[in-house]
Design a protein around this ligand. Structure first.
Ligand code: UDX
Ligand code: UDX
Length: 428
C-alpha cells in the first residue's frame, strides 16, 4: 500500500531516496533548505548530477513527488519522515551533527501537533547517536514519548554515486534498526516490492553496519593499493594479480581496483569517524589507521613518480584530467585529486584541469589558482605532463597529440590507448 513519505535534505542521498520511493509508487515530499534546489526539483530536474535521475523526476513531479522548503507541511502531511541531511566530519574526525540536531529539534516541535509518526534516520551517524542524542532531543522538543507517541528507526543507505538509482532499486539488502516494532514494520513495508534480504536489528547495530560496511570497503581498497605498491617495485601488474585473487569466491572481484585511493562523502569520513569512536572507547584501531595512512600516501606516491621524470614542477604546465572523487559523478567531496592539486600549487606548477562534470564543485576550493579547460584535448595542449586522476570512461581512448612531451601518468588504470606516449601507471 502506498504511503506518504517526507525526506528531509534533498542532496545526493535524500533526492535519490525520494525519487526511488516515488518510483515505487509512494507519495514523496522532499524538503530542503536550499530554495534553488527545491525550485529545480519542482521543475522536474535534478540539482545534482546522477545517472537516470531526471527521467524519473520528470515523470514523478506533479504526480507523486514534490519539493518544498516547508518542514512543517512535510512532516504533518506524511506518515513517515526520513532524515537525509548531511553529516560532514569535523577536522578532528568526529562527526558533525549540527544539521541533524537542528532538523530533529524542529521536527520534535512539529510532532506536538501530530499523532503517531515515524522518524527514520538515513544520514550516517555513529553507533549510539540515535539512542543517546536523537531520541532524547525528539522527546524534549515534542514533550512526547518514543515508542508510544512516535517511532524511531535507522535505515542506512548503501548507494554508490553514479549508479545510485540502480542501487536503490536493486539493493543487496535492506537494514532496518528500530526502537519499536511498529516503526520497523512501517519502514519495512515501504520496501515490500524488493526480494532482497531484510535484516531487522536494534538502532545502534544498524548504525554500526553502515560504518563497518564502509570501513571494510575502504580496507579492501587500501589493501589492494598496498599490494599494488609492492607489485610496482617488483615489476608485476597489480591488475593481473587482482584478477587472480578475485577468482576466489571468498575475496570477490569488487573493490579491487588499485590506484589513487578512495574519496567521496562516505569512505574517508566514515573510516575516520570509526577511528575517533574507537579511541573514545580506549581502543586503538591499528588496522583502520593504516587503511587511512595508505590512502593518504597514494597521492604522495603519484607525485614522487612524476618527480622521477621531471626534476621540478616550477612553471611546468601540468594537465589534470579528472577532478571528481570517481567517474560518473560531479561530487568532489574528499576527492583524491585535491591533495595532488594542492601540492602541485605549492610547488608552483601551472595547472590546467578538465573534468566532464566536476568543474563547478572544484571551483569552490580552487577558483583562480588553476585554469579550467572545456575538453581533455584543450587541457593537454602544450602541457609537459598529464595526470589522470579520475576514471571517466571518456579518457580511455584519448590521443595525446598537442602535448609538449607525451608523459602520461595514470592513477586510475583508465588509459587504453598507450601508443606513442610515455605511459606509467601508479601501481602497475
Ligand atoms: C548523505 C548523508 O546524509 C550523510 O550522512 C552521509 O554520510 C553522506 O550522504 P549527502 O546526501 O551526500 O549526505 O549530502 P548533501 O548532498 O550535502 O545533501 C544534504 C542536503 O541537506 C543538502 O541539499 C542541504 O541543502 C540539505 N540540508 C542541510 C537541509 O535541508 N537542512 C539542513 O539543515 C542542512
Ligand atoms: C560509497 C559506498 O560504496 C556506498 O555503499 C555508501 O553508501 C556510500 O559510499 P560512493 O562514495 O558513492 O559509495 O563511491 P564508491 O563507489 O564506494 O567509491 C568510493 C571511492 O573508492 C572512490 O574514490 C573510488 O574511486 C574508490 N575505489 C572504489 C577504488 O579506488 N577502487 C575500487 O576498487 C573501488
Amino acid at each position: 500500500m502506498s504511503k506518504t513519505i517526507s525526506v528531509i535534505g534533498a542532496g545526493y542521498v535524500g533526492l535519490i531516496t525520494g525519487v526511488g520511493f516515488a518510483r515505487l509508487g509512494h507519495n514523496v515530499i522532499c524538503r530542503d533548505i536550499n530554495k534553488k534546489a527545491v525550485d529545480t526539483i519542482n521543475s522536474g530536474r535534478s540539482h545534482i548530477y546522477e545517472k537516470g535521475i531526471d527521467e524519473i523526476l520528470e515523470k514523478a513531479v506533479g504526480k507523486n513527488l514534490k519539493a518544498t522548503i516547508d518542514l512543517k507541511e512535510s512532516v504533518l502531511t506524511s506518515d513517515i519522515t526520513f532524515i537525509c541531511v548531511g553529516t560532514p566530519s569535523k577536522d578532528n574526525g568526529n562527526i558533525n551533527l549540527k544539521h541533524v540536531k537542528e532538523v530533529i529539534r524542529d521536527i520534535g516541535e512539529i510532532l506536538k501537533e501530530k499523532s503517531y509518526h515515524v522518524i527514520v534516520v538515513k544520514s550516517t551517524v555513529t553507533p549510539g547517536t540515535t539512542e543517546k542524542i536523537i531520541i532524547p532531543l525528539l522527546e524534549r522538543s515534542s514533550g512526547k514519548k518514543v515508542g508510544i507517541d512516535f517511532g524511531v528507526a535507522v535505515n542506512p543507505e548503501f548507494l554508490r554515486e553514479g549508479v545510485a538509482i540502480e542501487d536503490f532499486l536493486n539493493p543487496d539488502r535492506i537494514i532496518i534498526g528500530s526502537y519499536d516494532q511498529r516503526s520497523g514494520d512501517l519502514t519495512e513495508e515501504l520496501y515490500s516490492d524488493f526480494n532482497c534480504p531484510v535484516l531487522r536489528t536494534d538502532l545502534k547495530t544498524a548504525e554500526m553496519i553502515k560504518y563497518a560496511s564502509n570501513a571494510f570497503l575502504a580496507t579492501k581498497i587500501s589493501f589492494i593499493n598496498e599490494i599494488g605498491n609492492i607489485c610496482k617495485g617488483l615489476g608485476i601488474n597489480i591488475y593481473d594479480v587482482a584478477e587472480g585473487i578475485a577468482l576466489d569466491h571468498r575475496i570477490s572481484p569488487h573493490f579491487l581496483k588499485s590506484g589513487l585511493g578512495f574519496g567521496g562523502s562516505c569512505l574517508p569520513k566514515d573510516t575516520k569517524e570509526l577511528v575517533f569512536k574507537a579511541r573514545s572507547l580506549g581502543y586503538e584501531p591499528n588496522l583502520l589507521t593504516s587503511v587511512i595512512k595508505v590512502n593518504e600516501d597514494q597521492p604522495k606516491r603519484l607525485l614522487n613518480l612524476v618527480r622521477k621524470r621531471i626534476n621540478s614542477f616550477n612553471g611546468k604546465k601540468v594537465a589534470i584530467l579528472g577532478l571528481s572523487f570517481k567517474g560518473d559523478t560531479d561530487d568532489t567531496r574528499d576527492s583524491q585529486a585535491f591533495p595532488v592539486i594542492k601540492q602541485l600549487l605549492k610547488e608552483n606548477a601551472n595547472i590546467t584541469a578538465y573534468d566532464p562534470k566536476a568543474e563547478e564543485n572544484t571551483k569552490i576550493l580552487f577558483e583562480d589558482q588553476i585554469q579550467y579547460a572545456d575538453s581533455a584535448k584543450a587541457a593537454l595542449e602544450n602541457s609537459d605532463i598529464a595526470l589522470i586522476l579520475t576514471d571517466w570512461k571518456e579518457f580511455e581512448n584519448l590521443d595525446f597529440d598537442g602535448m609538449k612531451k607525451k608523459i602520461v601518468i595514470d592513477a586510475r588504470n583508465i588509459i587504453k590507448n598507450k601508443e606513442n606516449i610515455e605511459y606509467e601507471g601508479l601501481c602497475w
